[in-house]
Design a protein around this ligand. Structure first.
Ligand SMILES: Nc1nc2c(c(=O)[nH]1)N[C@H]1C(S)=C(S)[C@@H](COP(=O)(O)OP(=O)(O)OC[C@H]3O[C@@H](n4cnc5c(=O)[nH]c(N)nc54)[C@H](O)[C@@H]3O)O[C@H]1N2
Ligand SMILES: Nc1nc2c(c(=O)[nH]1)N[C@H]1C(S)=C(S)[C@@H](COP(=O)(O)OP(=O)(O)OC[C@H]3O[C@@H](n4cnc5c(=O)[nH]c(N)nc54)[C@H](O)[C@@H]3O)O[C@H]1N2
Ligand SMILES: [Mo]
Length: 766
C-alpha cells in the first residue's frame, strides 16, 4: 500500500438545499403535539409493542436511564411516563429495528457513504457486527472481536510512546465502561483522555471549582420546586431538557418566578404545556418565564454587572439586599468586588447587553427581595472565549445573595449527555489528580502516568501534527462534534488507526485513519445478559445522584457487545492476562467493576447496593457550605472583565445551536418545529432589520465566512430566515456550521471552543 493513499471521501456530505417550509415559531412547548411526535418516531423506528414496553420502563426504578439528557428523575415519580418527546426520540433512534451489516458495507464504499448527509447516515440503523476498514481499502469488512482486539493491541504496542495514543469519551457511556476505559488508558501509560465535556460544560467545571471548590452544580432537583427565583440563562430546555419544564412548573405553582436570559425567546420558556397533565393535553399552557431578558450574544457579563450594581445601590441604603452575614462567614472578595463594580458605567452596561431598561428594573426588583435563587445554564454561557468568566459572574450574584448551600438555591449547570458527569467522576480527565493517582497505585497496583494529557483541542492538534497516531473513541462523533471540521478531518486522516465504539453509523466512521475499526455496542435500552444473569449499569445524573440502569429490549444483534465487556476484553488482550487488574473477571461481573470504583474513586461507596431505586448522592461540598478546599477556606467572589467583540462593519456574531430534531450530531429529522422551520437545516436566523440593511430577502441563499488569523473558513448554502433575534446576532445549527469555528479559538482556561460567538460575514451564495 502506498503510504499516501487517500480515500476520495467527502468531509461534509451533501450540501444540497431541500424544499424548505416556514411557519410562525410556536410559542409553547410539548403538549399534545409533543406526545404525538414522540409516538410517531417510536412506532416508526421500533414498532408498537417494542415502543410501549420501552417507553414504560424508561426512567422507572427498575428500568433504564433515558439516553437523552442528564436531567434527573424526581425522587417520587408521580407519573407513569417519566419521559419527554425528545427522550422518546432518543430511545426510538437507539432501539430502532433498522440495522446494517456486512452486506451493506459490501454494497457501499466509505467514499459513497461520505457523500450522504448526516441525517441519511443515521437513518440506516444500528451497527451489528465488528468491522474493519483496512489500509488502502474503501469498503468495511467483517472482523472477529478477537482479531479486532489483537489489531488494536499490536498498533498500541508499536507506538514509540504511550502519548501517541488518544482515548476520547462521549458522555453516553456508563460509569462502569468509563471507569474501565480510563484505567486502561492509564495502565497503557497516557492521560490523553479528551472527552465531550471539553466542548460542553468544561467552562462550568473550571468556574465552579475556582469559586466554590467543586466542578459540579450544588442543587438537587427538589431545590427547584420551592425556589423563589429560577434564572435560566443560555439554555433551551423546551428542546434539550424538556423534563426540566415540569420542575419549573412546580416552582411556579409554589409562587416562584422564572427569569429567562437568552438572545432568543425559546418555546417552552414562553409557554409550556405539560403533556403529563390533562390541562396540558388539552392545550392550556403555563407561561413559564415571568421575565425574559433578550441579552445580546455573549453580553451576560455586562447584564449581570448591571444587576449587581443596581442591587448594590439599594443595599447601600437598606443594608438587607445582600446577605452580609453569609458573606462574613463564607465568602471572600466582597470589598474588591464592590469597588470593581464602581468602575463601570450603568448606561454603557445597558447599551452593551442590549436589554431594555425597564426589564432590567423588573429583574432588579424581583431579585432584591428574594434569596432563594437558583441559576440554571448550559451552552449559551460556556461556549465563548470568556465562558469561564460568564459563569463566575452568575456565581457572584448567588454569593452576594447568600444563595448557596441552603435549600432551594444554588448552582445548576444543566448537563448535556446523560452520563457526562459520571464519566468525569470515575476518572475520564486529561489532567492529573494526585490523590487519584495515589489510590490507583495502592488499589490497582500499577503506576499511572504523571504528565497531563490532551483535551479535545490538544487531541486535534496532536493528530494533525502527527504526534498521535492511534485514536480510540468510546462513543460520540468526534469529526462532527469538534470545531474546524476540515482541519479535524485532516487530523483524523493522519492517524494510522482510528477506532469507534458505536451504536450507529456516523461521519467519524467514514473520515478515518489509514485503518479503521467499528466496534458495535449495546444501547441503554438493550438487555445485557451474561451466563443467565441480567447485568445492569450505573450513571450519575446532572445533580450528582448515582442510579442503576437496566435494559430490557432484545439486543439488535448477537454479535455486538456491551461497552464494559468489550473494553475489559481489549485490556485483557493487550496485557495477555498478565496485569495487576483482573480485566477478564470484570468483563463478566460488573459488581467487580463497581467494587473497584468504590475503592479507587472518592465518594463512591457500596454502589451496587446504594444505587438501587432512587440511588444515592455523591458528596458535594458546596451543598453543605464547606469551602475548606479553597485557598482561604472561603467561596470566592471574582472580578470578570467585560467581553470584547470589536466587530467591523458587516460583521456579526453567530451562535451555533441545536434544532428540535437532533441530538448533537445525530439528526433525527429535518424540522425545528418550535422555531417554525420544516424540512431544512441549512438556515440562518437573522434580525429582519439586519436582513434589510444587508440587502437580503427571506430565503435568499448565502455563504457564511469566518476569518481568524488570516484563515478564511466558509459554510456554504444557507437560507436566510428573518427571526426575533437581537441585531448584530445570528444563529444557525450545529454541526453544519462547525466548519466556521477555528480549532485554536476557545474559552480561556477551559479550552471550550467558541461555538456560540463566532465572528462572521455573509455573502450571496453562487
Ligand atoms: N433533544 C436534545 N437534547 C439534548 C441535546 C440535543 O442535541 N438534543 N444535547 C445535549 C447536550 S450534549 C447538551 S450540552 C445540552 C445543550 O443544551 P442547550 O445549551 O440548551 O443547547 P443549545 O441549542 O446549544 O442552546 C443554547 C441556548 O443558549 C442561548 N445562547 C446562545 N448564546 C448565548 C449567550 O451568549 N447568552 C445567553 N444568555 N444565551 C445564549 C441560545 O439562544 C440557546 O437557547 O442539551 C442536551 N440535551
Ligand atoms: N458548533 C458546535 N459544536 C458543538 C456543540 C455546539 O453547541 N456547537 N456542542 C458540543 C457539545 S455540548 C457536545 S456534548 C459535543 C458532542 O459530541 P459527541 O458526544 O462526540 O457527539 P454525539 O453526536 O453525541 O455522538 C453521537 C454518536 O454516538 C454514538 N452513540 C450513541 N449512543 C451510544 C452509546 O450508548 N454507546 C456508544 N459507544 N456510542 C453511542 C452513535 O454512534 C452516534 O452517532 O458536541 C460539541 N460540539
Ligand atoms: Mo454537551
Amino acid at each position: 500500500m502506498k503510504k499516501d493513499f487517500q480515500r476520495e471521501v467527502s468531509i461534509h456530505g451533501t450540501q444540497e438545499l431541500l424544499d424548505i417550509r416556514l411557519k410562525d415559531p410556536v410559542r409553547h412547548a410539548a403538549g399534545k403535539l409533543g406526545v404525538k411526535e414522540a409516538l410517531r418516531h417510536s412506532f416508526k423506528e421500533m414498532g408498537v409493542v417494542r415502543s410501549m414496553r420501552a417507553l414504560l420502563e424508561m426512567n422507572q426504578e427498575d428500568g433504564f436511564d433515558c439516553p437523552s439528557c442528564a436531567w434527573p428523575n424526581p425522587e417520587n415519580p408521580s407519573v407513569i411516563a417519566e419521559y419527554c418527546e425528545n427522550g422518546a426520540k432518543a430511545l426510538a433512534d437507539e432501539a430502532t429495528t433498522q440495522f446494517i451489516d456486512r452486506k451493506f458495507f459490501k454494497n457501499y464504499s466509505v467514499e459513497e457513504l461520505s457523500r450522504l448527509s448526516d441525517y441519511q447516515l443515521n437513518n440506516f440503523g444500528r451497527l451489528t457486527e465488528p468491522l474493519v476498514l483496512r489500509a488502502g481499502k474503501v469498503h468495511y469488512e467483517p472482523i472477529s472481536w478477537e482479531e479486532a482486539y489483537e489489531l488494536i493491541s499490536q498498533q498500541l504496542k508499536a507506538l514509540n510512546a504511550p502519548d501517541e495514543a488518544i482515548f476520547y469519551t462521549s458522555g453516553r457511556s456508563s460509569n462502569e465502561a468509563a471507569y474501565l476505559y480510563g484505567m486502561f488508558a492509564r495502565a497503557f501509560g497516557t492521560n490523553n483522555m479528551p472527552d465531550c465535556s471539553n466542548m460542553c460544560h468544561e467552562s462550568s467545571g473550571v468556574a465552579l471549582s475556582e469559586t466554590l471548590g467543586i466542578g459540579k452544580g450544588s442543587v438537587k432537583l427538589e431545590d427547584l420546586y420551592e425556589a423563589e427565583i429560577v434564572i435560566v440563562a443560555g439554555q433551551n430546555p423546551g428542546t434539550n431538557h424538556p423534563r426540566m419544564l415540569s420542575a419549573l412548573e412546580k416552582c411556579k405553582e409554589n409562587g416562584g418566578k422564572v427569569i429567562s436570559i437568552n438572545p432568543l425567546e425559546e418555546s417552552g420558556m414562553v409557554n409550556f404545556k405539560n403533556p403529563q397533565k390533562i390541562k396540558g393535553l388539552l392545550g392550556f399552557g403555563e407561561g413559564m418565564a415571568d421575565l425574559h431578558l433578550p441579552v445580546k450574544i455573549n453580553q451576560d457579563i455586562p447584564l449581570v454587572k448591571l444587576l449587581l450594581k443596581r442591587l448594590a445601590a439599594i443595599d447601600a441604603i437598606q443594608g438587607d439586599i445582600f446577605d452580609h452575614e453569609f458573606m462574613n462567614n463564607y465568602v471572600e472578595g466582597y470589598e474588591e468586588l464592590l469597588s470593581d463594580l464602581d468602575r463601570y458605567d450603568e448606561n454603557e452596561l445597558l447599551d452593551q447587553c442590549g436589554v431594555d431598561k425597564n426589564k432590567i428594573e423588573e429583574a432588579v426588583s424581583l431579585l432584591a427581595s428574594r434569596t432563594k435563587i437558583v441559576v440554571c445554564w448550559a451552552m449559551g454561557l460556556t461556549q465563548h472565549k470568556n465562558g469561564v468568566a460568564n459563569i463566575r459572574e452568575y456565581v457572584n450574584l448567588l454569593l452576594l445573595k447568600g444563595a448557596i448551600g441552603k435549600p432551594n438555591c444554588g448552582t445548576c449547570p444543566v448537563r448535556g449527555h446523560s452520563n457526562v458527569q459520571g464519566d468525569r467522576s470515575v476518572g475520564i480527565m486529561h489532567y492529573v489528580d494526585q490523590d487519584l493517582n495515589q489510590r490507583i497505585r495502592e488499589h490497582l497496583g500499577f503506576e499511572p502516568p504523571k504528565e497531563p494529557g490532551v483535551d479535545t483541542v490538544g487531541a486535534i492538534k496532536a493528530m494533525y501534527d502527527g504526534k498521535s497516531r492511534v485514536f480510540i473513541c468510546l462513543g460520540g462523533n468526534f469529526l462532527m462534534a469538534a470545531s474546524d471540521t476540515e482541519y479535524t478531518a485532516k487530523a483524523l486522516q493522519r492517524c494510522e488507526l482510528t477506532v469507534q465504539i458505536s451504536t450507529k453509523l456516523n461521519r467519524s466512521h467514514l473520515i478515518t485513519g489509514q485503518t479503521a475499526l467499528i466496534l458495535p455496542t449495546f444501547g441503554r435500552s438493550e438487555k445485557d445478559m451474561k451466563n443467565g444473569n441480567l447485568r445492569y449499569l450505573t450513571m450519575e445524573d446532572s445533580m450528582g445522584r448515582v442510579r442503576q440502569s437496566r435494559g430490557l429490549l432484545q439486543p439488535v444483534s448477537e454479535a455486538i457487545k456491551s461497552e464494559p465487556e468489550l473494553i475489559a476484553q481489549l485490556a485483557d488482550t493487550f496485557f495477555q492476562g498478565q496485569h495487576s487488574v483482573n480485566w477478564k473477571a470484570m468483563s463478566i461481573d460488573y459488581d467487580l467493576i463497581r467494587q473497584s470504583i468504590d475503592t479507587v474513586i472518592k465518594g463512591f461507596e457500596n454502589t451496587s447496593k446504594r444505587s438501587k431505586g432512587i440511588g444515592y448522592y455523591l458528596p458535594n461540598n458546596a451543598r453543605v457550605l464547606d469551602f475548606s478546599m479553597l485557598p482561604n477556606g472561603k467561596a470566592r467572589l471574582t472580578l470578570n472583565p467585560l467581553p470584547e467583540h470589536p466587530l467591523k462593519k458587516n460583521e456579526f456574531l453567530l451562535m451555533t445551536i441545536r434544532s428540535h430534531d437532533q441530538f448533537n450530531t445525530t439528526i433525527y429529522g429535518l424540522d425545528d418545529r418550535y422555531r417554525g422551520v420544516y424540512n431544512e437545516r441549512r438556515v440562518l436566523f437573522i434580525n429582519p432589520k439586519d436582513m434589510a440593511d444587508q440587502g437580503y430577502t427571506k430565503l435568499e441563499k448565502v455563504d457564511i465566512d469566518s476569518c481568524y488569523d488570516n484563515t478564511l473558513r466558509t459554510a456554504r448554502n444557507f437560507l436566510i430566515v428573518p427571526y426575533n433575534i437581537p441585531t448584530g446576532n445570528l444563529a444557525a445549527y450545529f454541526p453544519e456550521t462547525n466548519v466556521l469555528v477555528p480549532y485554536n479559538h476557545y474559552a480561556d482556561k477551559s479550552k471550550t471552543p467558541i461555538s456560540k460567538s463566532i465572528r462572521v460575514t455573509l455573502r450571496k451564495a453562487q
